[in-house]
Design a binder for this molecule. Structure first.
Ligand code: SAH
Length: 250
């Protein structure tokens, strides 16, 4: 099977793979389950100062990433995809989306993560300054994705979050370490619910014991207890998820 590919455009290439070079994601990267190409947007600048930004039309604080520079960088990313795809049947290969990490974007959810993991990969554009000139986003049919309702200083941590969430779903990455099916937002059983409380040894710690049912060895009772706990936690902490869950069942 072809590796899941990521092509990242950034002015801070040294931030990658960063945390994704460690642990299971790092092993999977070394093992060729996924791949990472990092392009330095400054390499596509047009002047000797390698500038990628300029003042906003209309005035105001901050700088804006230039459409011409970003466009050339995106063209280079597309070129990478064209080269890498040559071994596959291009007609059947689902096109990898170009994503601009942006607080205006569609929220990154586990559904979107699953869709991306099922595809060939992704091109990720990391913004800096105030953001990217609107025209290049239109011209290149860029999808905007947000990692949450807060403002980061750049798209790089958001790109790392997105890739982390996708890579752990790729076949062969997690092994038996955990079962992605049973955790929060998982696919089976507790789908759409937050996770139930977890316990491990020691059975008694600082006077606190483990719920008795968990040491009973009664699998069906354990399952029912976890389901009830997951429902209660979701209902009290995330009414929005709870409403969607109960609607899905009703
Ligand atoms: N002026 C913008 C914020 C720019 S922050 C505004 O007010 O909306 C600089 C860059 O960080 C953005 O271009 C984007 O790439 C990235 N970024 C910031 N917050 C983000 C978020 N919640 N999700 C994804 N990317 C984000």
């Amino acid at each position: 099977m072809a590796a899941w590919r990521s092509v990242v455009l950034t002015i801070f290439p040294e931030m990658f793979p960063g945390p994704l070079g460690q642990s299971l994601a790092g092993k999977a990267l070394e093992g060729g389950i996924w791949s990472l190409d990092v392009l330095d947007i400054r390499d596509f600048a047009r002047d000797k100062h390698r500038s990628v930004d300029d003042a906003p039309f209309g005035g105001g604080a901050g700088m804006v990433m230039r459409p011409d520079v970003v466009d050339t960088a995106l063209a280079a990313a597309a070129q990478k995809w064209a080269q890498e795809d040559s071994s596959d049947d291009q007609a059947t290969v689902k096109k990898a989306p170009v994503i601009y990490l942006s607080p205006r974007g569609r929220l990154l959810t586990q559904d979107l993560v699953r869709d991306l993991a099922a595809g060939p990969g992704v091109t990720l554009l990391c913004g800096r300054y105030e953001g990217v000139d609107e025209r290049v986003l239109e011209a290149r049919d860029v999808l905007e994705v947000s990692v949450g309702d807060y403002i980061l200083s750049g798209g790089e941590p958001a790109a790392l979050v997105l890739m982390d969430a996708v890579v752990r779903l790729l076949p062969g990455v997690m092994g038996n370490v955990t079962s992605p099916d049973e955790e929060s937002f998982g696919e089976q059983g507790f789908e759409g619910l937050l996770e139930y409380p977890l316990y491990t040894r020691p059975a008694e710690w600082q006077g606190r014991t483990v719920p008795e049912v968990l040491t009973s060895g009664h699998h069906e009772k354990v399952r029912r207890w976890r389901q009830a706990q997951a429902e209660e936690i979701t209902r009290t902490r995330r009414p929005d998820l709870w409403a969607r869950y109960t609607k899905g069942r009703g």
